[in-house]
Design a protein around this ligand. Structure first.
Ligand code: ADP
Length: 485
């Protein structure tokens, strides 16, 4: 069902509150820029606490009707929304690349994932089963039902500006919650495009709201409001901790998807081609700006030379450029500041003895570009290994045995995802069990899917998204004890 809905940047200049397209009270706007060209592509309202309060109240008012509908009725609306997203994949992907910089092929894949999260939770919402507990006394019955938590606040990042919203909106709306979304100020247009399609799909006014503007003010209102019962956040560990603290005052439920520091382990018995491909794709997708991006590569002695030769050759050959151009494999970073911050990581590594095999500096395409970089002879103490890099830098280190590499892989405050390539099932099993991460990719570099639980341990977060566990995050357990039987 294609519709004539306008999803160009120029048409997405208002926020979406209570089913209406709304400007900021002050009339002020925030400019949106294409990071690949530095050109302004649009603007959105610069809202603050007052407009956010209006959105929260609208979401609260809409909750009564939305939660009273059957799961099947909500499912129908969510499916329609997913279908519209799929039907408009090209426009949505072009908009995403324009405001974010990733190659068009990656934007198309993200839009596909956005629709898939809604479709999955449209189905899963119909299976929010409760339980009947065998009673402990003959004169009473014990029942457990699942109910929606209420108004959900979602604060989302710029690196996956579309799918990080539907990964939250899918389960929230399917469960019967209503929602206020604050997208990143770098990428608000993809969020507003989703709102436009939600509106077309028949999501009722107030059920899904998008507020754009000043992060601190909007976040302050979302976390302090007693009407908001849950905060779901994807972003940096630093901001996640802050929002967690702010949410404690009203004892909100929180789901946090935070940073990572993914090790990528290549054992002697790995299939070389698969390991090289996995390392390149997991490292340079989205120019390394993903919480699941490979951050440090450990290669065992026996395969080290062959892996390094093939990996460096492959990285050198990556096509860098404006993501909107066909064939480009690595686009711009989110802004020039992000690209500049990469140089200090390279300098730190080289000063401490690393060897630059390729890249290492700005790229001729513009100030938001950084050349895909490989650093050899790296060690765990270098900032490019110990920090979350969030950019196209790949440090490579040697390891000797499995216990050593698992210990080194676990020596981080993060615990989101780890990757390992080996063809020995005993090593595979022991290493997978030994890694202290919420997700492990064994001979696979792309773990994210709507059907499986995505999330981290340690300072990488709380909660899981996707899968049937993803729905649980948006429901409360209610125990009903019926006596006097
Ligand atoms: P990233 O750099 O990966 O986007 P951030 O944590 O900086 O990570 O941003 C994630 C989201 O958090 C964005 O929507 C951003 O606007 C928002 N954010 C940043 N600081 C705050 C804050 N103090 N209060 C509320 N939201 C914030």
């Amino acid at each position: 069902v294609r519709t004539d809905v306008d999803l160009t940047a120029a048409a997405l200049d208002r926020a979406y509150v209570d089913g209406r397209w709304t400007a900021a009270d002050s009339g002020e706007v925030v400019e949106v820029v294409d990071p690949a060209t530095g050109r302004r592509i649009g603007s959105v309202p610069k809202m603050g606490a007052d407009e956010t309060r209006v959105a929260i109240e609208a979401a609260h008012a809409a909750w009564n009707d939305w939660r009273a509908r059957t799961a099947g009725e909500r499912s129908t609306v969510l499916r329609r929304w997913a279908d519209l997203i799929a039907d408009h994949e090209e426009e949505l992907a072009a908009l995403l690349t324009a405001e974010q910089g990733k190659p068009l092929a990656e934007s198309r894949a993200e839009i596909g994932a956005s629709a898939a999260f809604l479709t999955w939770f449209a189905e899963e919402g119909r299976r929010a089963y409760g339980q009947t507990i065998p009673t402990d006394r003959a004169d009473r019955r014990l029942q457990v039902i699942r109910q929606s938590v209420g108004v959900v606040a979602a604060i989302t990042p710029w690196n996956f500006p579309s799918s990080m919203i539907t990964r939250k909106a899918g389960p929230a709306l399917a469960a019967g919650c209503t929602m206020v979304v604050k997208p990143s100020e770098e990428t608000p247009l993809s969020a507003l495009a989703l709102a436009r399609l939600a509106d077309r799909a028949g999501v009722p006014a107030g059920v899904f709201n998008v507020v754009t503007g000043t992060a601190r003010e909007i976040g302050g209102e979302l976390t302090s409001s007693a009407l908001v019962r849950k905060l779901t956040f994807t972003g940096s560990t630093r901001v996640g901790k802050l929002l967690g603290e702010q949410s404690a005052g009203t004892v909100k439920r929180v789901s946090l998807e935070l940073g990572g520091n993914a090790p990528f382990i290549v054992c002697d018995d790995a299939e070389l081609d698969a390991a090289v491909e996995g390392a390149v794709r997991s490292k340079f997708r989205n120019a390394g700006q993903a919480c699941v991006a490979t951050n440090r590569i450990y290669v065992q002695d026996g395969i080290y030379d062959r892996f390094v030769a093939a990996f460096v050759a492959r990285v050198r050959a990556l096509a860098v450029g404006n993501g909107a151009v066909a064939g480009v494999e690595v686009g711009s970073m989110i802004n020039p500041v992000a690209a500049q911050s990469m140089s200090s990581l390279v300098d730190d590594a080289v000063e401490r003895g690393a060897t630059l095999a390729c890249g290492g500096g700005a790229h001729e395409h513009g100030p938001a570009f950084f050349a895909p970089t490989v650093l050899l002879d790296a060690d765990d103490a270098m900032r490019c290994c110990s920090d979350e890099t969030f950019g196209p830098i790949a440090p490579v280190m040697r390891f000797h045995d499995d216990d050593e590499v698992v210990r080194r892989a676990n020596a981080t405050a993060y615990g989101l995802v780890a990757y390992c390539y080996t063809t020995d099932y005993r090593r595979l099993t022991r290493i997978a069990e030994g890694l202290e991460f919420g997700m492990v990719g064994m001979n696979d570099f792309s773990v994210s899917t709507e059907v499986a639980p995505f999330g981290g341990v340690k300072e990488s977060g709380i909660g899981r998204e996707g899968s049937h566990w993803g729905l649980d995050e948006y429901t409360e357990i209610k125990y009903v004890c019926t006596g006097g039987m």
